[in-house]
Design a binder for this molecule. Structure first.
Ligand code: TYD
Length: 208
């Protein structure tokens, strides 16, 4: 049975580490799993993302940004996600449609409904079965990134108030999709975060 899991959250929430740990755990249980993130090795998606995140592209219009994320998402879906789901794999994806709804729809102010419309066109019904949202005060998250010396991209350079809006956007999405989105408090150790994520996924697998 295939399962499509996405992880969501602001900057520096520990998403990537939790995904890696969860991936290893599911593999150790004998599941057929892939972990991916947009652009996920798709050359076309990668080119599109390069344009979006380029720090020199300061004049990019917000609607252009939203359309480009949707385009990149579509290509990655077609090349990577759908083929894996068709092979009955578990797919764990780092960010997907909810990132666009929270960042472009809510934080950029384009409107969750509007951004949802273009993304529904892009994803052709491939909504995640389960979304794990790691909730964290952006002040803590951004500090973690600075301490880890990760490369700063165009969106990281946004103000704290932008990242606070992103968080508010995600909270609205939980209200809109209470069955699909499970929220975890990110202000705990990575071990605890991993443990909670594992429990959520194992319960979902039991549901069948
Ligand atoms: P990503 O490379 O996934 O970074 P992170 O390590 O923070 O997960 O995403 C880069 C930035 O793009 C990040 O600030 C979130 C933003 N983003 C959007 O604004 N909309 C989207 O649809 C996606 C997928 C990402």
């Amino acid at each position: 049975m295939s399962l499509f899991i996405t992880f969501e959250g602001g900057e520096g929430t520990g998403k990537t580490t939790v995904i890696n740990n969860l991936y290893n755990y599911l593999i150790s249980l004998g599941y057929d799993v892939i972990k991916t993130r947009e652009p996920g090795g798709s050359k076309i998606s990668e080119s599109i993302r390069g344009i979006i995140l380029d720090r020199n592209n300061t004049i990019m219009d917000y609607k252009t940004e939203a359309l480009m994320y949707a385009a990149s998402r579509r290509q990655h879906l077609i090349e990577v996600i759908i083929p894996a789901l068709k092979k009955n794999k578990i797919v764990i994806c780092d960010r997907y449609i909810d990132s666009s709804l929270a960042y472009q729809g809510y934080a950029r102010g384009l409107g969750i409904e509007q951004v949802k419309t273009i993304n529904e066109y892009a994803i052709s019904g491939y909504w995640p079965d389960l979304t794990i949202y790691i909730d964290l005060d952006p002040n803590i998250g951004i500090n973690r990134i600075k301490n880890n010396n990760r490369d700063v991209d165009r969106l990281d350079e946004e103000t704290i108030s932008f990242h606070e809006k992103v968080r508010e956007g995600y909270i609205k999405l939980i209200d809109l999709y209470p069955n699909r989105i499970k929220k975890i408090d990110g202000n705990v150790s990575l071990d605890i975060l991993t443990q909670i994520a594992k429990e959520i996924v194992v319960n979902k697998l039991k549901e069948g």
